[in-house]
Write a protein that binds this ligand. Structure first.
Ligand code: FES
Ligand code: FE2
Length: 379
């Protein structure tokens, strides 16, 4: 799991004036909406004696700890310590980590890392959002698997034929072969490919039969963006398109929450939304059955422990990107975290750690030292 990327914490609809405990990268965060209506995200561990802030309540634009009532604002500053009486001087070391938040596409994203704004890898670009002729659905589900296994499933062209009867022939097509994968660099943070594959016509019950009347070649593009986002563009015909974004939040090494944002420019009437979501759910469940049962659950450290084929090309590119991000010093050392579980409360470093020294919680262990430039910036 990697720090310094944007992760989906909850849906905008799912965030009320009640604080929400959200686990990401193996750590707990509290996400809440203040009286200003803005979504906020801070570390869930109170710096006093470890109270769980999400079990407290929202007080104005602060979150109040349920244990002794300390209040923290959206920048993580402690603003109130009731036991000290009125107007005490509050030490800066009481500060908790606070994370940049963006709400877009109906999702509340938090940037879980310490990079300054200009250096942050962006959220995946959803070009169709707000464009005339496009509409969207958003659905979420959790998977009991390592998120990298799920991302690799998303960029694997060869499983469709076997796993999905909606767009494959269940392994019965004797002529089946993965054709050329035309690799594209889709952003500074990912790559993908386009390919043409043979797929059956859409089933009647999907009510989309008109969008794709005949079995045959289908143009599909897919790729990754950062460690946990996947785009899949399905061109049912020259003009009927469905662009899907699978945006994941690793809950921990063994669980992931998936936000599936599906954009479409056909059947745009909202009466079709449920059909789209039902079909997406049907397909997702087929993938879930596979990825929850892979062995080992976490991708092996070297590619020689699996026998990779040409159709696994994009997966290999993804693994190379992950290695680059590890070189940056962004990979969490989950073994070290597990070794100290129940004894040490860690924080994912927030941007303020670059400006302020002296924090109560330790920075989460990383597998490699931070890049030299990072160390300089951190002082
Ligand atoms: S533990 Fe949070 S106020 Fe005491
Ligand atoms: Fe799939």
């Amino acid at each position: 799991m990697y720090i310094n990327f944007w992760y989906p914490m909850t849906t905008s609809d799912g965030l009320t004036d009640k604080p929400l405990k959200v686990k990401a990268l193996g750590q707990d965060f509290v996400v809440f909406r203040g009286e200003d209506g803005e979504a906020k995200c801070v570390s869930n561990t109170c710096t006093h004696r470890g109270g769980s802030l999400s079990d407290g309540k929202v007080a104005g634009n602060c979150i109040q700890c349920p244990y002794h009532g300390w209040e923290f604002d959206a920048d993580g500053h402690c603003k109130r310590i009731p036991s000290l009486g009125p107007n005490p001087k509050i030490p800066s070391r009481t500060r908790i980590d606070a994370y940049p938040v963006k709400e877009q596409h109906g999702i509340v994203f938090a940037f879980l890392g310490d990079l300054p704004e200009a250096e942050r890898p962006p959220i995946i670009d959803v070009k169709e959002w707000g464009q005339e002729g496009w509409t969207s659905t958003l659905q979420t589900y959790t998977v009991k698997c390592n998120y990298e296994r799920s991302i690799e499933n998303g960029i694997d062209p060869a499983h469709n034929e076997f796993v999905h009867d909606t767009h494959g022939y269940k392994g019965e097509d004797q002529e089946y072969k993965i054709g050329d994968m035309r690799i594209v660099k889709s952003s500074d943070w990912g790559q993908g490919f386009w390919h043409t594959f043979n797929a059956p016509t859409l089933p009647d019950e999907a009510k989309f039969k008109e969008a794709r009347k005949q079995a045959g070649d289908l143009e599909v593009g897919t790729g990754y963006h950062g460690p946990s986002h996947v785009w899949t563009y399905i061109h049912l015909s020259e003009e009927n398109w469905m662009h899907q974004y699978l945006i994941e939040r690793p809950i921990d090494e063994m669980n992931s929450e998936i936000f599936l944002l599906c954009m479409r420019n056909c059947y745009t009437d909202e009466k079709f939304d449920q059909n789209v979501m039902d079909r997406n759910q049907y397909v997702a469940e087929q993938d879930v059955t596979i990825v929850e049962n892979l062995h080992p659950m976490i991708t092996p450290d070297t590619n020689t422990k699996e026998f990779m084929l040409p159709a696994d090309k994009c997966i290999l590119l993804y693994r190379e990107s992950l290695k680059e991000w590890e070189q940056n010093g962004w990979k969490i050392d989950s073994d070290a975290v597990a070794a100290t579980a129940h004894k040490v409360a860690y924080a994912i470093p927030s941007p303020a750690r670059r400006e302020q020294k002296g924090w109560v919680l330790d920075t989460i262990p990383l597998t490699r030292p931070r890049a030299a430039a990072d160390d300089l910036a951190a002082g």
